[in-house]
Ligand binder design. Structure first.
Ligand SMILES: [Zn+2]
Length: 85
């Protein structure tokens, strides 16, 4: 379940709340309904992005290594064929 940041429209109280789908909590300070949801540029979001990026980097590295291996293999084949012809 996602945790959202809310700001009360009435008393400007800010709070975090774990929210079920399509549920909006009431302000815990004054009880006003329909607080403003603040879009999080929070640590968890940027960490997720960073993880994605490093994962992509890992994939890129793996691909580069495979390419090198393929190259080495074809080089080996070329030398092998040359030696025996
Ligand atoms: Zn409030």
């Amino acid at each position: 379940m996602p945790i959202y940041d809310y700001k009360c429209r009435k008393c400007a109280h800010r709070f975090e709340q774990i929210v079920k789908l399509n549920e909006t909590p009431d302000c815990p300070a004054c009880g006003a309904a329909n607080p403003e949801r603040l879009f999080p540029f929070s640590a968890s979001v940027s960490t997720g992005k960073t993880r994605e990026r490093s994962l992509a980097a890992e994939h890129g590295k793996a691909r580069a290594v495979k390419k090198e291996k393929d190259h080495a293999h074809s080089e080996y084949l070329r030398n092998h064929i040359k030696d025996h012809s």
